[in-house]
Design a binder for this molecule. Sequence first.
Ligand code: GYE
Length: 306
Amino acid sequence: NTTAPKTQATAPADKKITLGFAQVGAESGWRTANTKSIQDSAKEAGFDLKFSDAQQKQENQIKAIRTYIQQKVDVISFSPVVESGWDTVLKEAKDAGIPVILTDRSVDSKDTSLYATFIGSDFVEEGKRAGKWVADKYKDAKEDVNIVELQGTTGSAPANDRKAGFAETIKGNAHLKIIASQTGDFTRAKGKEVMQAFLKANKKIDVLYAHNDDMALGAIQAIEAAGLKPGKDIVIVSVDGVKDGFVAASEGKINFIVECNPLLGPQLMQAVRDVVAGKQIPKRIVTEEGVFTSEDAKKALPNRQY
Ligand code: GYE
């Protein structure tokens, strides 16, 4: 209808929603895809998005959240770098009457009234999927299988949970031994550095379990530099399923990837809309994801979005 006015009168319901989002950082391919999803879907939803990057530091995130409170944004959302230490700032938001939506990573606060919902993956389940694949592959092992683990950011929900889920599924087989486990902070550079140290300190490494693709990709460089074949001499399992991870998997350098979906933007914007409208929303919204072998990765690669 061409005669309809372009803009509506500013009834409160039509007011542009302001969303303050405090992102973790830009540490991985997963994070880049996550940021893009949030920015694109906020734009599509017609929200005014205030976006900040905490460079993997909790103190920066807390500062950003306090700024959003001062600016009286309609909703605050963030992906907590680590699980602990959020109660004070979450209370400040609550006292200011600003709803908070957690995305991607959760907090360990006892008082769940401090946030409206948590939208993200089940990281324990991801760790279990990785562990189950390893347990199945080595179910008939007659000798020890030496596993090294590259953990995500210390204290973060995905590092804690992916570690726990994996450990739980391999514990039934006494031959499956985690001989070294250290943080690589979810980055390629750290993944490479720590893998170099693992290779130096351990004669026989059979399996690498990396909490994300980027650390696995860094580790692959270290493994190749040591004259070994990633995916053959050392079996590699990782989590995320970003483009570069899929490429490495399709080349046989990563053997198994557990998917973690970073495209949380559309679900987040819907939750923001619902919270502003005063609707009841579930306290936990879990995202859907799958698993990929090298063969699966080869097939799926042409259609991957990120
Ligand atoms: O797996 C990793 C990123 O919190 C699920 O953070 C996210 C993790 C993701 O740095 O690549």
